[in-house]
Design a protein around this ligand. Structure first.
Ligand code: DQA
Length: 160
């Protein structure tokens, strides 16, 4: 049996506090709930899901490096590192597959400093502002991006 493609979901600083952190903005679901939703969605698409959460940028850099040549796609909610994490940006640049940037809230409708993203310019796609449902939508999007083009199609695939 051929192994199922692996999607790596990365969660940045403070996302471990989901459920108790600013529920009016981020909702009442815990990170475990959202990872469970992402995993069930991945499973329905025939994908395996791995998840790494860290409050430390270097851990996320290590996780991206470990995904190279092993994982089919990345889904990244870099949390506040989205806005200034240059070493995470550089690590993500080395990943060869689709990269989906994910946010629970819509950072563009919030404070000015959240409008800049070091991930967006290198992301294949962005999912933001759908609350916890974004975890399902991001995995649905990854499945779409990984789907091989129909035979004979001239449509270009994702190449960042
Ligand atoms: C977030 C948005 C970021 O601006 C913030 O720092 C987070 C969460 C989101 O999922 O909406 O921690 O990435």
């Amino acid at each position: 049996m051929t192994p199922r493609p692996i999607v790596l979901l990365l969660s940045g600083p403070n996302l471990n506090l989901l459920g108790e952190r600013q529920p009016l903005i981020y909702g009442s679901a815990t990170l475990d709930d959202l990872v469970g939703l992402a995993r069930a969605t991945a499973d329905a698409h025939g994908l395996d899901l791995e998840h790494v959460q860290s409050n430390h940028e270097g851990d996320l850099v290590d996780a991206v490096q470990g995904a190279r040549g092993r994982c089919a796609a990345l889904v990244v909610n870099a949390a506040a590192l989205t806005h200034y994490g240059r070493s995470l940006h550089d690590a993500l640049l080395t990943f060869e597959g689709p990269l989906v940037e994910l946010h629970i809230s819509n950072p563009h409708s919030r404070e000015e400093w959240r409008h800049e993203s070091v991930v967006s310019p290198i992301a294949t796609a962005v999912v933001a502002g759908f609350g916890g449902a974004g975890y399902r939508l991001a995995i649905d999007g990854v499945a779409e991006l990984l789907r091989p083009p129909p035979a004979g199609s001239t449509e270009e695939g994702s190449d960042r």
